[in-house]
Write a new protein. Structure first.
Length: 385
């Protein structure tokens, strides 16, 4: 038997038959449900089975009547819990920013689209990717065509992207015998900033500095922006007496604020190939220290630039605030040394042909300036003739 090519066999193994139309329609009509027995439900089912066996063995009509009542109770519980779970919409409201070690609130809103039937005992569980679901919100009653809002408090333990994937809506209504639940996809993402500690920066001498922001805006610097009318409480030493005498009112000089130097904070992100937990813990402490110093400089109206050893950089000043810096530090990742060396080598190889082409090009010789046109011969003076 001839062997099939590996690519063809792999392609056939990778092919999956699409679900049939019947299964697609069934998934739309009957969304997936999960049923879980509570402790009381286990006892109830055990009693129901015992009564059923006794009724079959003895043939007693009273036992059959009791068995029918118990089974009817189970059926009613399933129908009412299903009715309570239907036509519910869940919305998540995440905060604008979150930080490691600082609690924040996440709001959960549930809207009941049913026209006449309320929903009782609804429990909403917020699901996150790769993390245990430990945050729930409970709603006792959601009236028809209305919404209820609840919130839970969470304190992040690590920086980075916190991805929310959906909700798990559950209820034990009406008798608490079973817990019926369904999962609803709802993606969301929250950037967790690194923790920031208070830092006392050294006091800088007054004056302007080279390499910083321009002295633009009102302040108490040495430069002047213009003139203005002197207001009550301002320094009379700034009065421009000549201009005041011309206009008949006290006119003062308006000072500009001092420029600040650009602060560059380096961050080493290259890790050894055999790095262990100690290196990663030290890397997280370094990120926390850089974040603390960056926030302190921004509060002092300095322009801050964070540069990593992988040539990534971000800059922020008083106009943008510290959010760009903290977001950059929240998403920064370490780079293996082998990958960094390979990237540096690839970059140098990409530059070498261009450098060789520039070096091989013949030097351009400047063209000599054009000679001026010959001046016409002077005409002889008629008087000389």
């Amino acid at each position: 038997m001839p062997e099939r090519p590996a690519s063809q066999s792999a392609a056939r193994l990778g092919e999956r038959k699409p679900p049939s139309r019947f299964r697609q329609q069934l998934a739309k009509i009957r969304p997936p449900r999960k049923l879980k027995f509570t402790r009381e439900g286990k006892f109830f089912v055990g009693i129901t089975l015992g009564v059923g066996f006794a009724a079959i063995n003895t043939g007693n009509n009273l036992l059959y009547l009791l068995l029918g009542m118990l089974l009817a109770l189970i059926i009613v519980s399933g129908l009412m819990s299903e009715l309570s779970l239907r036509d519910l919409t869940v919305v998540r409201r995440l905060p604008m920013r979150a930080q490691v070690g600082r609690p924040h609130l996440v709001e959960i809103e549930v809207f009941n689209h049913k026209g006449r039937v309320p929903s009782y005992a609804i429990e909403v569980e917020d699901l996150r990717a790769g993390q245990p679901a430990d945050k729930r919100c409970f709603f006792l009653k959601i009236s028809p065509k209305s919404a209820q809002v609840a919130a839970y408090r969470r304190t992040p333990a690590k920086r980075g992207r916190d991805k929310h994937v959906g909700f798990r809506i559950a209820t034990r209504f009406p008798f608490g015998l079973f817990e019926k639940s369904r999962e609803v996809p709802a993606e969301g993402e929250l950037i967790i900033y690194p923790a920031v500690d208070p830092v006392n920066l050294p006091v800088m001498a007054a004056g302007r500095y080279s390499g910083g922001d321009a002295a633009f805006g009102r302040g108490h610097g040495d430069d002047y922006l213009g003139l203005k009318l002197l207001r009550e409480g301002e320094d009379p030493r700034d009065v421009h007496w000549r201009k005041s005498a011309a206009v008949g009112q006290l006119v003062a000089r308006e000072r500009a604020r001092d420029a600040r130097p650009d602060v560059v904070l380096p961050l080493d992100v290259i890790r050894p190939d055999d790095a262990k937990d100690e290196w990663f813990n030290a890397f997280e402490r370094k990120i926390r220290d850089v974040a603390s110093r960056a926030v302190a400089h921004v509060k002092r109206f300095d322009a801050v630039t964070i540069k990593t050893t992988s040539t990534d950089a971000v800059r922020a000043d008083r106009s943008t605030g510290a959010d760009p810096l903290l977001r950059f530090l929240a998403l920064v990742e370490s780079v293996p040394m082998s990958a960094a060396q390979a990237a540096l080598k690839a970059k140098s190889d990409a530059r070498s042909p261009l450098v060789e082409a520039v070096a091989a090009a013949p030097p351009s010789t400047p063209k000599p300036p054009a000679a001026p046109p010959p001046s016409p011969a002077p005409k002889a003076d008629k008087a000389a003739e």
